[in-house]
Design a binder for this molecule. Sequence first.
Ligand SMILES: [Zn+2]
Length: 134
Amino acid sequence: MAAPRFWREAPSRYNLVATRCGNCGSVSFPPRSFCPKCHRKSVGRMERFRLAGKGSVYTYSVVHEVPSELDMQKPYVIAMIEMDEGAKLTAQVIDVDPKDVHIGMRVRATLRRLGDEGPDGIIHYGYKFVPILN
Ligand SMILES: [Zn+2]
């Protein structure tokens, strides 16, 4: 039986581990066993490394509708972040007024509680992004 997607990816999500292709240099997050550009040429040449956690807002959307059972700030911001290493990932941007979010805004990753304790007694953590204040 296959493990749920969340658990298979959990360690790399906690640690911001990405892979860099030894053939073309493109960065993937979450880590991949082969490069989406080079395919077979990249097999055995994917290098794992840890993202530094800083990047810029590439695109974003403000979400106004939140299921009432989720205790979340409303509205909230979901952004695609372009990490300084080149990988793009999607995450919530917090500790900022949605009106102040803009494309190109500098952000850094912070490990936060993602949800409440489930029936299995496990609290889910993951990365969210906060503005880098100058
Ligand atoms: Zn490649």
